[in-house]
Design a protein. Structure first.
Length: 440
C-alpha cells in the first residue's frame, strides 16, 4: 500500500538535501516492494479463509481489520522508536517484527483456527507500520526536496510491482486447490472438521515462510549499513505529534489517507469474489486471483507515469483528476455486468496509482524537522484499511457486491475535494508553506 514531502531531518537542510541519496535510495526502495508483496497476499487469503471457516463478508473482513488496526496502534510508538534509535535501526526492527508475523502463519495453519491468522496478520502489520514510518521520511530526504512528490511516486512504482506479483504467487500457492467450503458442523464430527481445516490451511504457510526468510536477509543488510553516512538522523521530537493536527493541510491529509486506503483495500479485498460472480465473469478462484494482479498492476503503471507527470503538473490537480477517474470507474462497474463490470473495476487501480504518495507528500509539506511525527500520524490513518472494508463487507452482505462499491466511491469523492483544497492554497492561510517547499 506505501511518501512524505520536504526535508525530514536536520541532516538534509539546505545543501545537504541531495547529498545522501547514493546507494541508500535503491536499498530503501526494495522495502517498498517487500511490504507491497506481503500486504497484497491478503487479497488471495480472504476467499480461502472465507470458505475454510464459513465466514460472511463482514466476518472475513476482520482479516483487513486486524491487519490495518496495527497502523492505529503502532504508528505513534513507531514514531517514538525511530526518533530514539534512528531510521536504519528502525527499519531493522520493523523487518524483524514483520518476519515474526509471517512465521506465525505456520502455527495458525497447524492449529486451523481463524483467530490465529488474525494474530499473525496483526504482528506482520506492526512490522510494516514501523517500516513505513521510517521509510517514508527517509526516502524524502534522499534527494532534492523539490522533487519529493516525483521521487516518492517513483518509489511507489516498486511497491506496486510487489502488489502486481503478489496475487500471482498467492493464487499459485494459496488458491491452487480452489476455495474449499467447510462442511456443515452438523454433518461432520468436530475432529473431522478440525482435520479438514488444518489440511486446507496448510497451503497458506509456504508463501509467508518464504517472505520471512527474505525479510531476515534484508534486516541483516540494513544492520550492516546502520552506521552509514548516507543515512540521515531524524530530528528530536519537540512537541506531541497530535498538536500538529492543528495544521489543516496535515489534518485533512490524515482523513484523506484514511479514506484512500479504505477504498483501495475494500476493492482489492472483494475483487476475487466479485469476478467469480456469474453476472460478472464467473471465474474460478485461481483465474480471478490472477486478474487481481492487473488491479495492482494498473497502480504500478500509473505510478511510473505519475512520477513523470508530477514534475510538470500541480500535485493537487493530479490528485483530484485521479480521484474523479476512480469514482467513475467504480460507479460504472457497479451499474454494469460482464466484461465491462470487470474491466472498469480493475481499471480503478490505474487511478489509485498516485493517490497515496501524493496525499502523503501534500500533507506534510512545511513540517520540516517535525516530519517524522507527521509521518507517524499519516501512517496511523492507514487504519482506514480496517474500518472502510468492514463497512463495505456489511454492505455486501445486505445489498450485494455491486452496491457495496458505494463506500469506496464516497471515499474518492472526499479525496477529490482534498486535491482541490491543496491546489487552491486555502489550507495554508494560517500555516503557510516554507518558501523552499513546492505548492499543492
Amino acid at each position: 500500500m506505501e511518501y512524505s514531502g520536504a526535508a525530514a531531518s536536520r541532516s538534509v537542510d539546505g545543501a545537504g538535501a541531495g547529498r545522501s541519496a547514493g546507494w541508500m535510495a535503491p536499498l530503501v526502495t526494495v522495502l517498498f516492494f517487500a511490504w507491497g508483496f506481503a500486504t497484497v497476499l491478503i487479497d488471495t487469503l480472504i476467499p480461502k479463509l472465507k470458505g475454510l471457516f464459513a465466514l460472511s463478508y463482514a466476518e472475513v473482513m476482520l482479516t483487513q481489520f486486524c491487519f490495518f488496526l496495527a497502523y492505529l496502534v503502532m504508528s505513534t510508538p513507531a514514531s517514538m522508536l525511530i526518533n530514539r534509535i534512528g531510521y536504519i535501526r528502525g527499519l531493522v526492527a520493523g523487518l524483524c517484527i514483520m518476519a515474526v508475523g509471517c512465521l506465525l502463519f505456520s502455527p495458525a495453519a497447524a492449529l486451523g483456527v481463524y483467530p490465529g491468522f488474525l494474530a499473525a496478520l496483526f504482528v506482520m502489520a506492526s512490522g510494516i507500520t514501523i517500516l513505513q514510518v521510517a521509510a517514508n521520511p527517509l526516502m524524502a530526504t534522499l534527494g532534492d526536496p523539490a522533487k519529493s512528490h516525483s521521487r516518492l511516486t517513483f518509489a511507489q512504482f516498486f511497491n506496486s510491482l510487489g502488489t502486481f506479483v503478489g496475487p500471482w504467487v498467492g493464487s499459485a500457492l494459496i488458491l491452487a486447490g480452489g476455495v474449499a467450503v467447510a462442511p456443515d458442523p452438523k454433518t461432520i464430527s468436530a475432529e473431522a472438521l478440525a482435520v479438514f481445516r488444518r489440511t486446507e490451511a496448510h497451503a497458506v504457510q509456504l508463501p509467508f515462510l518464504g517472505i520471512a526468510a527474505g525479510l531476515i536477509v534484508l534486516a541483516v543488510i540494513f544492520w550492516i549499513a546502520r552506521r552509514s553516512a548516507a543515512a540521515p538522523a531524524p530530528a528530536e521530537q519537540s512537541r506531541p505529534a497530535f498538536t500538529l493536527l492543528r495544521r489543516p493541510r496535515l489534518a485533512l491529509g490524515v482523513l484523506s489517507i484514511f479514506l484512500y486506503v479504505g477504498a483501495e483495500v475494500s476493492i482489492g479485498s472483494l475483487m476475487i469474489n466479485y469476478l467469480m460472480q456469474k453476472g460478472v465473469l464467473g471465474l474460478d478462484a485461481v483465474s480471478a486471483g490472477h486478474l487481481v494482479s492487473f488491479y495492482w498492476g494498473g497502480a504500478m503503471v500509473g505510478r511510473l507515469i505519475g512520477s513523470a507527470a508530477l514534475r510538470f503538473v500541480k500535485p493537487g490537480a493530479v490528485l483530484c483528476a485521479c480521484a474523479v477517474g476512480a469514482a467513475l470507474m467504480a460507479a460504472v462497474s457497479a451499474n454494469t455486468a460482464g466484461v465491462v463490470a470487470a474491466a472498469t473495476l480493475i481499471g480503478v487501480g490505474l487511478f489509485n496509482s498516485i493517490m497515496f504518495p501524493t496525499i502523503f507528500a501534500l500533507a506534510i509539506e512545511g513540517l520540516g524537522e517535525e516530519t517524522p511525527q507527521g509521518s507517524g500520524l499519516l501512517c496511523m490513518a492507514i487504519v482506514g484499511g480496517a474500518v472502510v472494508p468492514l463497512i463495505t463487507g456489511a454492505l455486501a452482505d445486505h445489498f450485494g457486491l455491486a452496491l457495496a462499491l458505494t463506500a469506496p466511491i464516497l471515499c474518492y469523492g472526499w479525496i477529490c475535494a482534498y486535491g482541490l483544497l491543496t491546489r487552491s492554497g486555502v489550507l495554508d492561510r494560517r500555516y503557510p508553506l516554507d518558501a523552499a517547499t513546492p505548492g499543492g
